[in-house]
Design a protein around this ligand. Structure first.
Ligand code: G3P
Ligand code: CA
Length: 341
């Protein structure tokens, strides 16, 4: 597989509603090396492909009067969230919904595809991966992320069990397989090992502040360590005992300065590589608003900026891949980086 890797973040989500079969097919057609499903659970214990349990932002559930009474407010990792939750739907019920664009104001052209696709299961995405491998005659990797593991366990569900069973059933349960598990939590990365998972795993971290600034499984038990503590040489050494890589938000790799322009690279990539961890940051997107000011074209936050230049700057830090909503941009950036490293 070519390196650095181009990972299609939620599929080619810059061009299609995220986490749909169409988004994954387009991503691979554009040259992505890996596809990324985020995973949550249904009431009947099926892993499905959504970024969060609350689905009003990415499906048409609000247009289904038969489900109106299921609207609820729940505490999700310490934060009140109102809407409809996957764990209150059976898979059969969830399959009656259709996906829609999460960011219609930013990506109005993607709304063309609203209402056309179902919510895929993890199993369907695993099957699609193999189908696309055969179609394009090249390895296609998959890098699923189990979302909110503690939240689902608190409700009597166990995402890790079907995860390991499905990875095994699809012939990907080996270290050499193009298979990585991601999580913002730690307990579940350890639990899958006890359940027999033999693929690779990566620990995610983001730079934000507030209730989600650390792994919720540990923070909720009083652990003082936040993500920025884990992204230090001491934290990375501990991560290397239970994971093979890190997925930091990109500003851990090159932060923004207070004026919004790009700063200097941190020591994170070298520190992680020294303890054997791969580094694949997120999320690279074409629109101005997601980049440091250096890469903006004009002042419209939704207009495309200099995304190729941004990604080349990050690739020069030695990262092992990048998550992007726009896999075609990632492929071009990688070519430019290779021609002028
Ligand atoms: O998994 C990498 C990246 O996707 C983590 O952020 O919120 O997009 O899942 P999120
Ligand atoms: Ca993700």
């Amino acid at each position: 597989m070519p390196t650095p890797l181009v990972v299609a973040h939620r599929g080619a989500s810059g061009y299609r509603p995220e986490h749909t079969i169409g988004a994954y097919e387009l991503a691979v057609a554009m040259g992505a090396d890996y596809i990324e499903p985020d995973l949550v659970m249904t009431k009947d214990g099926v892993l499905v492909d959504r970024h969060e349990p609350e689905i009003s932002g990415t499906t048409n559930v609000a247009d289904h009067p038969e489900f109106a009474s299921r609207r609820a407010t729940k505490k999700l990792d310490g934060v009140d969230v109102t809407g409809w939750f996957t764990e209150d739907f059976t898979l059969a019920e969830l399959k009656t919904l259709r996906a829609k664009e999460r960011l219609p104001k930013v990506r109005p052209h993607n709304t063309l595809y609203d209402g056309r696709e179902q919510v895929p299961t993890f199993e369907e995405v695993l099957t699609l991966r193999r189908t696309l491998e055969k179609k394009y005659r090249r390895p296609i990797g998959i890098i699923p992320e189990i979302k909110h593991s503690t939240y689902f366990h608190d409700q009597g569900l166990n995402p890790e069990k079907p995860f390991v069973e499905l990875v095994r059933a699809h012939g990907l349960n080996r270290r050499s397989a193009p298979m990585w598990l991601q999580s913002f939590e730690i307990t579940n990365l350890k639990q899958v090992r006890r359940l027999g998972y033999k693929g690779n795993s990566t620990f995610l971290a983001w730079t934000g502040e507030g209730p989600l600034d650390g792994p919720y499984d540990l923070v909720s038990k009083g652990d003082p360590r936040r993500y920025h503590d884990w992204m230090t040489p001491t934290g990375l050494k501990e991560i290397s005992r239970f994971a093979d890589g890190i997925g930091p938000e990109k500003f851990f790799v090159i932060p923004k300065k207070p004026d919004g322009t790009l700063g200097a690279p941190t020591s994170l990539v070298g520190d992680a590589h020294r303890v054997g961890l791969k580094v694949v940051p997120w999320t690279f997107r074409n629109e101005n608003q997601f980049m440091a000011k250096d890469f903006w074209n004009g002042t419209d936050p939704n207009a495309y900026g200099k995304a190729i230049d941004e990604q080349v700057a990050y690739l020069r830090t030695g990262i092992d891949g990048l998550f992007t909503d726009n896999p075609d941009t990632g492929v071009v950036a990688r070519e430019e980086f290779r021609s002028r490293p």
